[in-house]
Design a protein around this ligand. Structure first.
Ligand code: AMP
Length: 445
């Protein structure tokens, strides 16, 4: 077999997971990352320290290295059209082009498509660019709202009435701030109905026509235990061996798959063929699953729950996606539960302590039935230090959720460092119980 040269873009734990799976599938890795990820660096034939959004430099390097295929991790280079430029040079991509990436990059585009085709899972919304129109709208609006900048904000620009915003005055103040400071890149925002329920993630492989759904995952965005504190990029996540979640049955799973299927069909009608991994963030409400947002790539941390359990060769899947036909693929995942926990610098999201040393016993982590995924760390003289972003994730896998959770905890004990923070509650029975109870309350409302 000829070894396939694959370009990967991105240097987080999600990309470490992608690189592990591609490397395991026999690929020769050429990695581009902004900051040196020790895990990716180790598995790469060569790597380039460069931002993925510096598209010209990345494409030149990929051409020079004669890579045959590319897999792009983060949304920013996808939104800037890295796939279009790579494909112009004859490099096939298992990720969406610029038009397709709009499903994440522009919340307005996404909501408009769902509205135009009257898709299941859509929510009521309105787009604004004028504060007076917002004030007028609010005088007549009865319910609670979510305020969302139209563009990318790393999950930190959304504010919810009843959670972050007390009343209509605070909504108006925040809207003013978004429009004035162009939060998310433009003077535009969406007001949409506030959804109540439990969130979950469904990721699919797709060629734009066919889709292969993966096991569900539940992420934990809040910084502190008990789902308190500010939203983060994600503090950890869990999945169940049967592919469902304690509060999601197979009927809801099927409904969620068909929402994504209908969305892909609508995109096709708009002349957009989406290929890659499509990530649906759902809220399970009293009225069934609704789309909170779509992402045009793997989730972080959700990739760590699911991708290591893939039983197929990931290189083969990427080849099929890039060629635009996955109809012949039969994909399966090991029937295991998983619990992923992030270690972040103390003060993460508020006033993070960077430069704190982490001592990591990788062999001990593996021996616990867990895996380690590096995210944003600095490596100096063989030692690892925190930066201001999430440092690393450990993920435990086992048939039983409780066992996967204890594996993740044992793995955490092999990472030593002061000045770090993590959430121990993720995947624990009490935490699951709380989510189940919450869902019952929502349904019984
Ligand atoms: P997003 O950037 O759209 O994923 O939003 C970030 C977070 O805000 C989501 O994970 C939800 O927890 C919350 N959120 C977004 N939209 C809504 C909504 N319409 N109702 C309630 N919560 C929402």
């Amino acid at each position: 077999m000829i070894t396939m040269k694959i370009l990967t873009v991105g240097g987080g734990a999600r990309e470490h997971t992608i690189v592990k799976a591609l490397h395991h599938g026999g690929a020769e890795i050429y990695a581009v990352m902004g900051n040196k990820n020790p895990g990716i660096a180790r598995l790469s034939k060569e790597f380039l320290l460069e931002k993925g959004t510096n598209i010209d430099d990345v494409v030149d390097w990929a051409v020079d290295k004669k890579v045959a295929l590319a897999v792009v991790g983060p949304e920013a280079p996808l939104g800037k059209g890295i796939v279009d430029e790579l494909e112009k040079k004859g490099i096939k991509c298992a990720s969406p082009n610029k038009n397709a990436a709009q499903i994440e990059i522009s919340k307005e585009f996404m909501r408009n498509i769902m509205q135009k085709y009257d898709l299941p899972g859509k929510v009521d919304y309105q787009v604004f660019d004028d504060i007076e129109e917002i004030e007028d709208f609010l005088t007549h609006y009865e319910g609670e709202l979510a305020v969302k900048p139209v563009g990318l904000t790393g999950g930190k620009g959304v504010k919810i009435m009843g959670e972050h915003l007390e009343n209509k005055e605070e909504v108006i103040d925040y809207c003013h701030k978004v429009l004035e400071n162009k939060i998310g890149g433009s003077s535009k925002l969406i007001l949409e109905e506030r959804l109540k329920g439990e969130e979950f993630t469904l990721q699919v492989f797709t060629d734009g026509e066919n889709l292969i759904p993966m096991p569900l995952v539940q992420d934990h965005k809040r910084l502190f235990e008990g789902d308190e504190g500010p939203n983060t990029g994600g503090m950890g996540s869990y999945s169940q061996a049967d592919g469902l979640l304690p509060f999601v049955d197979s009927k809801t799973y099927d409904e969620s798959v068909s929402i994504i299927k209908e969305t892909l069909r609508a995109l096709k009608k708009e002349g957009v063929t989406y290929k890659g991994v499509l990530y649906g963030q759902f809220m399970l409400t009293k009225k069934g699953p609704k789309i909170i947002e779509y992402n045009c790539r793997w989730g972080d941390p959700e990739a760590m729950n699911v991708l290591p359990l893939l039983e197929n060769n990931y290189v083969e899947i990427c080849k099929n996606i890039a060629q635009g036909d996955i109809s012949d693929l039969e994909v399966s995942f090991e029937k295991k539960s998983s619990v992923c926990k992030y270690i972040v610098p103390e003060g993460y999201g508020i006033d993070p302590v960077s430069g704190a040393e982490l001592e990591i016993d990788e062999d001990a982590i593996e021996s616990e039935g867990a895996q380690l995924f590096y995210a944003s760390v600095d490596e100096k003289d063989g030692k690892i230090y925190t930066t201001t972003s999430r440092s690393l994730a450990v993920c435990g896998y086992s048939e039983k959720l409780e066992e996967a959770e204890s594996a993740s905890e044992r793995a955490l004990s092999h990472v030593k460092g002061d000045k770090v923070h993590m959430r121990h509650d993720i995947g624990k029975p009490e935490s699951i119980e709380r989510k189940l109870k919450h869902m019952q309350e929502i349904k019984g409302d």
